[in-house]
Structure formats: structure tokens, C-alpha cells
Design a protein around this ligand. Sequence first.
Ligand code: SF4
Length: 314
Amino acid sequence: MSDAPNFTIIASGGCNAKCDFCTDDKNAPLHNSYAQNLLKAIQVLPEEFRQVSITGGEPTISPDLDAILSLVKYSGRFDKVVFTTNGARLLKHLDKIASTVNHINVSRHAIGYEANVEIFKTRGIISDKDLQLACSEFNKRGVDVNLNHVYTKDSNLTEAYVKEYVRYAKALGASSVSFRYDQDENTLETTYLEELFFGYSQFNAGSCPVCRSHSILVDGLTVVFKASFSEPSDSLSYLYELIYQPNAKLTEDWRGDKVYPSPKPKAKVKTSSPTKHFVSMHGSSFGGGCGGKSAGSCGGAPIRTSCGGGGCGR
Ligand code: SF4
């Protein structure tokens, strides 16, 4: 997982879905200066911030989508651009998204459109047929697509289910899938689903004090398991991420409390030792960083229970 600092842009305009696990404020009002302040935010980003995650809410329904994509593209300062979506209007905006981003995270928390409709509580997510078309078009343009699946302790996912999900993702044309655990307490302990895959050799393991991830190959497709708790800004004594909020403010945290640049120097935070929660897997260190909703729509950003992908890490 990437340990590079990540800039997240939460698109304005809320979301068309109503997932039970969402923490997003879908009623946040639009802000007249959203695009103007986004330009200013990009201009004050520290040089090390070379990757950006565009998320929501649902970015494909945002009235500021064109401005977001243009500002990111023409700033010329990002090496990696990740876009997290439930697919609502993905096909409609495919060309301009493909010309700006490197990696797409599509939130897909079940197998098949109808099962996902039940979770998202809207028929306004992308159909399987359109998602297959979108994957094909993105792949042609060198943009890879990851399917992101949030699960909880009550999801009761099985090894057989993960294998079926992998077949589903491959049929759609996705290059990888991510399973993000919705932690209900401050722990990074191995989840029941990860334990089912102890026999698979892992690669790309990484971690930060509040998150971890590792990847395995299942039937030839990369499967990434991610878990996190807390906000990096609560546990790190250095700047790990910056978030551009729907209210047109740049902050160091997802809650939106710590405006950046701060009028006062950032207080040093005593770093806790969440590593004590790490559980070794077959003797190897088990970690993974936030990766960012980058590492998967969520590629970059810490795992939130909304798409975080914004909105699902997305
Ligand atoms: S979890 Fe994501 S798709 Fe679901 S309501 Fe929240 S922002 Fe929308």
C-alpha cells in the first residue's frame, strides 16, 4: 500500500444512494466557491502530495465534476489520480474521466445489479451491462477498474463467495477487487474473512498506524483486503492527507475540523501504538497503509464507512 501522502477531493452534490453504512453528509449544501477554492487548495498543497482521490458522495452526479476534473488535469502536479464511484453516471462522463484518471474504484457490495440495488437503495447505480461496457472502455484507455466491496462482521462472507465475486469481477472486466472491513472498534485485528485466506501467499502488504492492507491472487485476480480505524490525523504526528470538503474548505481530517493551512502550527500528537493489534499471518508482517482510495478507490484515503472513496473507500 502506498505510504505517499494523499489529497482527497470530496465532490459536492451528495449521493444518489442510501447505503446503511454510509457516514457521508448527503445533505451538505452546495457552495458557490467550491471550484474557486479547489484551485486555491491545489495551489497550497505541499509538494509531496502527488496523488489525488476524487470521491463523494457520488462524484458523477456532482455539478462541479467538470471543474474538478479540469483542475486536477491541468494542474499537472499529480502522478496518480483515483476516482471512486457507484457508477451512477459513469458512462455519461466516461471520456472526460478517462482523460484525467489512472484508476477507477467502483463500489459494488454484492454480486449482480439487483443485489446491489438492495444495498444502495436505489436503481440509479450502474447496471452490470453498462459496467462491463465502462470497464472495456476504461481498459482500452489504460485506466484500470477495481471493484470495492465493504463488509462487516455480520456479512458472513465465505471463501466460496469471494471466489464467486472474483468471477463476477472478471466477467465485468475489472482488474482487481477490494474487500474493506467496516471496523466497529479501534482494532486492526485480522478479520474472519482474511483468516479464510491464510493459505494464499500475499504480496504488497503495507500499513500505517491506523490501517493496513494486503493483496493475494484468487483465480488470477488481485484481491485486496483492507482495514482501518480512526483518522490518520488523530494518530499521526505528521501530515498524511489533506481533504477538500464539499463546504469548499481544505482540512487535515475527514470530519472537517482541522482547517489547512492551520493558523497555528500543527500540534504534535503522541502516536499510539496500534501495531500492538497487528496479527502475523504465517510469520510475515501483516500491514498495509491507507493506500488511498488509491490503493483502491479507496485508493488512497483511509477507510471510511461511506464511499470514501470517497463515500465507500470507495
Ligand atoms: S456509501 Fe457511498 S454510495 Fe453509499 S450512500 Fe454513501 S456515498 Fe453514496
